[in-house]
Structures are given as C-alpha cells and as structure tokens.
Design a protein around this ligand. Structure first.
Ligand code: AMP
Ligand code: MG
Length: 304
C-alpha cells in the first residue's frame, strides 16, 4: 500500500524513488500527478501500466525553470514565449516541436511535446532536486475522476505505487489549459483555469489570434468524449429551475467558479463514495472558467 509522505524528508524519499526508476504521486496546483523521470523509459512505461492508459496518449513534461523549455523544444514561437512569460509558473501547458532526444513515450510518437511549469512549490522542489523534468499525467486510472488530494491518489493507485508526496488539496482543482503553439494560429486543445479570454489577450500582443475551433476530432489525442467520470450518472441542467424535485442530490456548479473548480473532483468522488446512482448538476455559464468546468461535467456525464 502506498505511503503518504510530506515535508523535506518526504521530498528526499520521493526524489530517491524517482532516481531509482519508480513512479510516485506528486502534488501540483491543478491535480495530483503520477510522475516519472523523463530520462528513464522503463519508468515512463510504468506510468502507462499503472494508469492503464494507451501508450499513444502523450504525457505532459513538467519543468522547474523556464530555461528548461529550451532543452526540450526544437523551436519556440514568439506566441509561446509570450504565453509562458505571463502564465508560468501556473496551469498552462504548451505544445511545441520536440527536440529529437525527447522520449517517444512522452510524445506519443509525434514530433511535438507538451510542457508545463507547475506553480506548486513541492513539485518544483522535487524536479529541482532530481535534476530532471518529470512526465506526469493525472494520478488516477485512465478515464476516471482526477485526484486533488494525496488520499485520492492512494484510493486509486495505492496498490500499484509506493509513495505519494502530500502537498495539500490542489488549489486549482482541474487540469491545465493546453495551447497548441505549433500552428500559425494557436489553438486551445483543453480548457483550464487560464481562460480563453486571457489567452486571446496575451497572444494579441504578438498580433496573433486563436484558431477558430473546427468541430470534429480534437488534435489532442486522448481527449475522449467520456472522461473525468464518476460511476454516478450525472444529469446536467442549465438552470436551477429545471432541476426535478426527485430527491436525488444536486451539485450547484454555478456559484463561485474558482471554488467550484477547486472542489469539483472531490464532490464527484463523494457521490461514488456514497453509492449515489444519479445526481443533478446545475451548470456554470459559458465564459471564463465556466468553459473548463462545463467541459469536465459534460465528459463526466457522458455514458459508456
Ligand atoms: P494529461 O492526461 O493531463 O497528462 O494530459 C495529456 C494530454 O495532453 C493528452 O491526452 C493530449 O490530449 C495532450 N497532449 C500532450 N502532448 C501532446 C502533443 N504532443 N500534441 C497534442 N496534444 C498533446
Ligand atoms: Mg488525466
């Protein structure tokens, strides 16, 4: 069973485990990650085994200093520079052309790679002490609800990993915004706490505009219709007045959206823990952080 460790001694244990090729639970401000040293393919492969995730789904590389982006990238566009200058450390992932030495396990066999500099000091300390970036998808089984506490990680993966570093509850609570910076017009591949409005504003300083989203398959592999999903069936409603009075629990996701995002996955996990078969959800409005929360709820409500 995985042990939860904390503080300086916990950090040292986690770094030693990463150095010996293990995968570990790592706190970030978005969700808890399942981390492996990007220099070690055997360790990277364990991420896929533990998560039961197809190896074609690329991993996000987490760095601790902005300069490390240069080691991973073949080229960095002015738009990408502008985005990371303003948003890092923070919940923004950029897709860039990958340097040839980046493991194919991180890129999913593509010539591009996803990179982020997390704001959580524990994640930064681990990466600095290891002396290498780590790859870290969410520390849950493929398709399930992401973890936002160390206990969530133990609940999901406790049998398959040895260590989880406790960094408290994740402040953002949902996965990073992903922006593809490899195309003439950058595109948001996944919504997150860095809003489309904020991204438009930043890239406008480089005379760039976001690509208009064409419907159809996303260019981000692994963006499945069903994801972040509890066992409880969610029924989504645009307005409180539409919710039937049938005794089923109601999640109000239309209040303070920062708070809604922060607690969303814990609430979804709570439904499963109570064996609730059906719950109603009052949706947040589109716009700002509402885009990201709506995206998670729509995928969480999609049937198998
Ligand atoms: P996560 O599961 O949070 O680690 O997010 C990983 C997701 O980032 C993948 O499933 C892709 O959707 C996206 N991603 C990562 N690398 C790339 C890439 N090189 N090109 C496009 N999307 C990527
Ligand atoms: Mg995930």
């Amino acid at each position: 069973m995985a042990r939860i460790v904390s503080g300086d001694s916990g950090t040292r244990e986690v770094v030693a485990a990463l150095r010996s090729g293990q995968v570990v639970g790592l706190p970030t401000e978005t969700v808890y990650g399942l981390a492996a040293d990007i220099r070690n393919d055997a360790a990277l492969l364990k991420i896929f085994t533990v998560k039961r995730r197809p190896v074609t789904h690329p991993l996000i590389i987490h760095i601790a200093r902005p300069e490390e982006l240069e080691d991973i990238a073949l080229e960095i566009s002015p738009v990408c520079h502008a985005l990371v200058d303003i948003c890092w450390p923070g919940p923004l992932t950029v897709i860039i052309r990958a340097a040839p030495h980046v493991s194919r396990l991180c890129t999913g066999g593509r010539d591009t790679v996803a990179v982020r500099l997390p704001a959580h000091s524990s994640a930064q300390n681990v990466i600095r002490q290891l002396g290498s970036p780590v790859a870290a998808p969410s520390a849950n089984r493929f398709g399930d609800v992401s973890p936002t506490t160390a206990l969530h990680v133990v609940d999901d993966l406790g049998d398959d990993i040895n260590l989880v570093l406790d960094g408290g509850s994740c402040e953002v609570g949902i996965e990073s915004t992903i922006v593809d910076c490899t195309t003439a017009k950058p595109e948001i591949l996944r919504h997150g706490a860095i809003t489309p409005e904020a991204i438009e504003q930043i890239i406008s300083t480089c005379d760039a505009a976001l690509a208009t989203r064409v419907s159809g398959t996303s260019r981000a592999p692994g963006m499945l219709d069903r994801h972040y999903a509890p066992k409880t069936q969610l029924v989504l409603h645009e307005r409180e007045a539409k919710v039937p009075q049938d005794g089923a629990p109601v999640l109000h996701c239309d209040g303070d959206l920062v708070e809604v995002a922060r607690t969303l996955y814990d609430q979804l996990r709570g439904l499963d823990a109570r064996n609730i078969s059906l719950a109603h959800v009052v949706m947040p409005p589109s716009g700002g952080l509402g885009f990201a929360i709506r995206d998670r709820l729509i995928k969480a409500a999609t049937g198998l």
